[in-house]
Design a protein around this ligand. Structure first.
Ligand code: GDP
Ligand code: MG
Length: 445
């Protein structure tokens, strides 16, 4: 995605306000990216309309490029749609905030990970929250299902409801709640049977358990790898059973996570948990920003913009680029560049952001600038007089000794800095000779 988008975004590098045409062009690519990430079509459409409403006409922030601003808006809208950002609903993790025994009902299709997630939840509640947990399997359809949960309960070192042959799901659920009250359990996790596809009998069974138990939390467990189908599943469960939380499993696979966005949109229920492996400790709280990054595939750009919008002054950057292109780059400019690089913490980061400099990046990185050298170089330059910074040619041996002493460095280091500056100036002169038709053309200088 990054590669495909950067072309479009390069064209957005202009001053003023974002026009509808600019935004639409960028959003066409975003739409494809969303669909590739398994976001359902109507959900993608809604999201894009939101971005358009927010982006068109927005004054371009001077400290970032319009292109980056669009990426950031897309990201923000994604995060919000996933329940984060401004108006963060904070509904993440396991909710046991109710009088004990708190019932958690696990629902979903067969193989979605209900039983495994039940075990994971039990382990976490016992170890992290010091809760006394009872696991009960209402799955009377598959012979081994109740035993599977019992095994997990042993592994998690939590209680499991004794298996009594011949009982139906309602009876087992009633017995689980009774046992929990009598034996003072804090939480009861009720694992239910799933079918391969949604069918009415399954739904009716789960719905009647829910009506009887009135669980505090009805968690829909969905396999992230099922992509678009996840949305239909979620819709059906929401309509017939009613759920107030979603656990998305198999995020350790290569699913892009778009299903989370669709499920959230269709059910209105928060994604609370992520299953990231078969082991019992592979349970994570849902983080909207992480999934948004994964869906958009541009997490790096977004964090770069976040840092840059605090540190980089775009006007400065353009002034600098202008000077560079005219070959009027002096040590003062070099120093101010060092300062920005230092603030960014990443040389390639800032260089990538300066218009037209992308191609120079590798060369400058080869110059071996690292953070400690940056600091020493800045110290050297600040020990120079203004005249020396403007005309480094006047720096002869005695001046260099003075500067080295003043900055706590050595004459060799001063020489190295001057050599680097010379190399850079030479490179810039070459670039400026190539002029408008050469290196600069694609970059927007
Ligand atoms: P249920 O039919 O909904 O109860 O599903 P199960 O809990 O029995 O899980 C079905 C299969 O998926 C098992 O082999 C689990 O080990 C596996 N599984 C469950 N959750 C995850 C997960 O988050 N990641 C991976 N890789 N496998 C999982
Ligand atoms: Mg099961």
């Amino acid at each position: 995605l990054s590669g495909r988008l950067s072309g479009v975004f390069d064209r957005l590098r202009r001053r003023g306000a974002l026009s509808e045409a600019d935004v639409n062009e960028a959003l066409r690519e975003v739409r494809v990216a969303l669909l590739e990430a398994d976001v359902a079509l109507p959900v993608a459409r809604d999201l894009i309309n939101k971005v358009r409403e927010r982006a068109v006409g927005v004054e371009i922030i001077r400290s970032v490029s319009p292109a980056q601003q669009v990426v950031k808006i897309v990201n923000d809208v994604l995060v919000e749609a996933l329940g984060g950002g401004e108006g963060d609903d904070g509904q993440r993790g396991i909710d046991t905030n109710a009088p004990a025994p708190v019932a958690i009902l696990m629902v979903g299709l067969q193989g979605s990970g209900k039983t495994t997630t039940s075990g994971k939840i039990a382990l976490r509640l016992r170890t992290r929250d010091r809760k006394k947990v009872l696991l009960a399997s209402l799955d009377v359809h598959r012979p081994a299902a109740q035993l599977q949960l019992e095994t997990l309960a042993k592994q998690a070192e939590v209680g499991s409801l004794p298996i009594i042959a011949g009982q139906g799901p309602l009876e087992i659920a009633a017995r689980a709640m009774e046992t929990a009250r009598r034996e003072l359990y804090d939480v009861v996790v009720l694992d239910t049977a799933g079918r391969l596809a949604i069918d009415e009998a399954l739904m009716a069974e789960v719905a009647s358990v829910k009506t009887m138990v009135k669980p505090h939390q009805t968690l829909l467990v969905v396999d992230a790898m099922t992509g678009q189908d996840a949305v239909n599943t979620a819709r059906a469960f929401q309509e017939v059973v009613g759920v107030n939380g979603i656990a998305m499993t198999r995020v350790d696979g290569d699913a892009r996570g778009g299903a989370a966005l669709s499920m959230r949109a269709v059910t209105g229920a928060p994604i609370r948990l992520l299953g990231a492996g078969e082991k019992l400790d592979a349970l994570e709280d849902f983080h909207p920003d992480r999934i948004a990054g994964r869906i958009l595939g541009m997490g790096d750009i977004v964090s770069l913009v976040e840092r840059a919008s605090e540190t980089i002054d775009r006007d400065e950057a353009e002034k600098l680029a202008n000077k560079m292109s005219k070959g009027q780059f002096d040590l003062e400019d070099y120093a101010s560049q060092l300062k920005q690089i230092g603030k960014m913490g990443s040389i390639s980061g800032i260089l990538g952001m300066l218009p037209g400099i992308g191609k120079m990046k590798a060369q400058i990185e080869n110059a071996n600038l690292d953070q400690s050298i940056l600091k020493r170089q800045a110290a050297i330059i600040s020990s120079m007089t203004v005249a020396e910074r403007r005309k480094p040619e006047i720096l002869k041996a005695s001046r260099k000794r003075r500067i080295a002493a003043g900055s706590g460095t050595s004459v060799q280091e001063v020489n190295r800095l001057l050599k680097q500056f010379d190399d850079m100036s030479a490179m810039m002169k070459r670039m400026s000779k190539l002029g408008q038709k050469g290196l600069m053309r694609g970059g927007g200088l």
